[in-house]
Design a protein. Structure first.
Ligand code: ADP
Length: 302
């Protein structure tokens, strides 16, 4: 890809620029300031996050990517209120986050549905804090189930569903609670490539139709670009925001855009940030000499 003549990932068409101008004028829903997290371990303290700062605007879709161990899971667990920060602050719609709450919906990789409840009952569970009567809760649950296209499966149990369908129910259940933000931690990581690609498009379709802000963790470069308005690229040791990329790809998105120059330019930039040349050299520099029989030439010697 290095030889392709691509536009700069910073170049934006008029439409894309106008979209970002509009987005930046919207309210800030999530504000993360000087966030840090240090774990005590048997080998001494581990600084998982240090000086992390960013803001997410209403109805924005932000993806978070970075090498393994850069603190992605720690960050989302702090945002979810499942882990406390060592330093700094998280504000959601102006309120400090320190415990889990219904203002955050969560969809994680492992299926978190209750296996003993039907699809409808699982989604109704998401409505439990809203003081609705049974009939109203059931009607509303069905609306969310329809939104994720599973109305024919309302009365079946999770075991009877495919992985993709289970995650659609998890999304419906999270959204039913009407959170301000949806926190997604590699939600499609366990799915096969084709289902994953379908789920990405489903999610974008749902997001387009409702007032929801999304923070989505992934380690898949294409997924990070395809879904996002902006991508937070984290660095490891300590975990911090290395760069924020405004994705120059217009919306609505479709898989056909994967081969367009603006997609490829963002892909190239992410590649540079996530796989800098030194790490590639390390990988390529493996000492394989003992696997080569003496007298045999390797490709590198040609
Ligand atoms: P990622 O999700 O990006 O792979 P994590 O948030 O899981 O990264 O971890 C960031 C760093 O914090 C890693 O070095 C990891 O070993 C460390 N870490 C995470 N959780 C704990 C914990 N409970 N105790 C000690 N160290 C931890």
């Amino acid at each position: 890809m290095a030889n392709l003549k691509l536009p700069s990932y910073l170049a934006q068409s008029e439409t894309v620029k106008a979209r970002f101008d509009d987005l930046k004028r919207r309210d800030v829903i999530l504000e993360v300031s000087e966030l840090g997290k240090t774990f005590e371990s048997v080998n001494g303290p581990v600084t998982a996050l240090k000086g992390v700062n960013f803001r997410v605007h209403r109805r924005e879709f932000v993806t978070v990517i970075g090498p393994s161990g850069c603190g992605k899971s720690t960050l989302i667990r702090i945002l979810a209120g499942l882990e406390s920060a060592s330093t700094g602050e998280v504000l959601l719609a102006g309120h400090p986050v320190d415990t889990p709450g219904p203002d955050r919906g969560m969809v994680f990789q492992g299926y978190t549905l209750f296996p003993w409840l039907t699809v409808k009952k699982n989604v109704t569970f998401g409505l439990r804090n809203q003081g609705l009567g049974d009939a109203e809760a059931s009607r509303e649950a069905l609306e969310w189930i329809q939104l994720v296209g599973l109305e024919k499966f309302a009365d079946v149990y999770p075991d009877e569903l495919s992985g993709g369908m289970k995650q659609r129910v998890a999304i419906a259940r999270a959204l039913a609670a009407k959170p301000r933000i949806l926190l997604m931690d590699e939600p499609f990581g366990a799915l096969d490539a084709q289902t994953r690609s379908k789920m990405q498009s489903y999610l974008l379709e749902i997001w387009r139709h409702i007032d929801i802000t999304v923070l989505f963790i992934t380690h898949d470069l294409d997924e990070a670009i395809y879904l996002a308005d902006r991508i937070l690229v984290l660095d490891a040791n300590p975990g911090r925001v290395n760069e924020v990329i405004e994705v120059p790809v217009p919306r609505p998105r479709s898989p056909a855009q994967f081969l367009q120059p603006e997609f490829l330019s963002a892909r190239q930039r992410l590649d540079e940030l996530i796989h800098p040349p030194s790490t590639t050299e390390e990988a390529v520099g493996l000492d394989l000499s003992r696997f080569v029989r003496s007298g045999e030439k390797t490709d590198a010697q040609d």
